[in-house]
Design a protein around this ligand. Structure first.
Ligand SMILES: NC(=O)c1ccc[n+]([C@@H]2O[C@H](COP(=O)([O-])OP(=O)(O)OC[C@H]3O[C@@H](n4cnc5c(N)ncnc54)[C@H](O)[C@@H]3O)[C@@H](O)[C@H]2O)c1
Ligand SMILES: [Zn+2]
Length: 415
């Protein structure tokens, strides 16, 4: 088509002076394949009038599509309400999945059913026992076995429908099954929507610690249906909001302000407010992962509030949720930011006020007083020679990394 269209054209610097126009065009298209693959949507203009085309573009812009731009591995992240069943069927068709291994847990089976009810593809259901305690190799084996017993081939797709535990397990099973099959994410917890489902980290826990064995394996799509949050227990919803706050602080003033405005609507599970918060958090995660997929640099910023957060979580014997622990970790990190001159006292107080309004704990003194926090901090998996690369927060949008000794972290957080 291109050769025909350009025949007789001159003044095309890339094509003038060659007899092999088809070859040159071929190489140009090849070289640009990565960039073309990152576009959010494709419209077939040959079958549209100009008016139809304008309407289609308008509809696309209004749908505000999100995508993770990773060259030919680019994938869409659909955010909507009441869209799960239809979106899922469309994605499974687009990818021509030969069969679908649907992984969920006992609390989210209705969503797993909805994910394949409109699709004609063969579904193999795997229902896991809920909870972080079950994020084990045994659960991965359950998925492997169900898929292998059903004799799936390499065209199969593993579909995670659930919270971050289901997503991490299903993702790892997909990365390893038959040396890697396609993978789709339908997150149903707020934490999984804004964090775990996007970015391709998968894995499971070992006795030595959380997430110690895993693989990078990007999904082929993510479908976020905010209606799923209707059944999420209150404590889980509030916990997810801690990651939303973290994400907003990484991004900047506009996102933090938006959360402050929406705080009570979020607590009341207002659909529009949740959609705004989820979209902003995902956009932040996309920007960071697109720049640093394998966490060699800026992706480590996502650990804001997590160094002390993980220690608070472990020290409570996991009685605190991850999100509650991160909330405490964020306030403690702000104290350190103030002590190091990055943040002002008013930034620290603003962070604590926002978290408290959202229903999260902020009593850092109480948490720091717990006996085991220092020893858990000293055994942080990202520690090297007694120091941790700590994410030091300043004002919204300003964070940096600094190597700090764990004893110094404790001392600075106690001020
Ligand atoms: N891969 C990543 O990048 C990444 C990032 C952050 C966290 N994680 C992982 O995510 C996990 C935490 O995720 P989580 O908080 O979603 O935990 P989870 O998967 O355990 O879900 C929390 C609880 O809510 C239930 N649930 C989920 N959605 C529900 C719904 N719509 N209605 C009713 N109940 C529902 C689950 O069954 C579970 O009991 C951790 O294991 C963490 O390591 C991974
Ligand atoms: Zn987290």
């Amino acid at each position: 088509v291109l050769v025909q269209r350009f025949s007789g054209d001159t003044g095309r610097p890339l094509l003038d002076g060659t007899n092999d126009r088809a070859g040159v065009l071929d190489r140009i298209v090849q070289a640009r394949a990565d960039a073309y693959a990152e576009c959010h949507a494709t419209l077939d203009t040959s079958v549209m009038t100009q008016a139809q085309l304008l309407a289609a573009i308008d509809a696309l812009v209004k749908a505000r599509p999100l995508a993770m731009p990773l060259g030919t591995r680019t994938y869409p992240i659909h955010v909507g309400r009441g869209t799960l069943a239809e979106r899922s069927a469309r994605e499974l068709d687009r990818l021509h999945a030969s069969s679908v291994v649907v992984v969920s847990d006992e609390n989210v089976r209705t969503y797993a059913r909805a994910a394949t009810e409109r699709s004609k593809r063969r579904a193999i259901d795997v229902t896991l026992t809920p909870g972080e305690a079950n994020k084990t190799l045994a659960a991965v084996e359950t998925i492997w076995n169900a898929a292998l017993d059903a004799r799936v081939d390499r065209g199969a797709l593993v579909l995670a429908v659930g919270g971050g535990v289901v997503g991490d397990l299903a993702g790892f099973a997909a990365a390893t099954l038959l040396r890697g099959v396609a993978f789709g994410q339908i997150p149903t917890s707020l934490l999984a929507m804004v964090d775990a489902s996007v970015g391709g980290k998968t894995g499971f826990d070992r006795a030595q610690g959380k997430n110690l064995v895993g693989a990078f394996h990007q999904p082929s799509f993510v479908i976020v249906d905010l209606d799923a949050l209707a059944t999420l227990p209150e404590r889980e919803l509030v916990s997810g909001l801690a990651e939303v706050v973290k994400s907003a602080w990484l991004t900047g003033e506009e996102d933090v302000r938006a959360l402050e405005v929406d705080a009570s609507a979020l607590r009341a599970r207002d659909g529009a407010a949740l959609e705004r918060a989820v979209r902003r958090s995902i956009a932040t995660k996309i920007a960071i992962v697109a720049e640093d997929e394998h966490e060699l640099g800026v992706r480590a910023h996502l650990n804001l509030g997590h160094t002390l957060g993980h220690a608070f979580e472990a020290a409570s014997g996991y009685a605190r949720t991850h999100g509650e622990s991160v909330a405490l970790g964020l306030v403690a990190a702000m104290r350190i930011g103030v002590a190091l001159g990055d943040a002002r006292a008013e930034d620290r107080d603003r962070m604590a006020r926002l978290l408290a309004t959202l229903g999260l704990p902020v009593d850092v003194d109480g948490a720091l007083a717990e006996t085991r926090v220092a020893s858990f901090l000293a055994s942080d998996k990202k520690r090297v020679d007694g120091t941790v690369r700590f994410v030091v927060p300043g004002r919204p949008g300003a964070v940096r990394m600094e190597k700090l000794e764990t004893a110094r972290i404790m001392a600075l957080a106690r001020v």
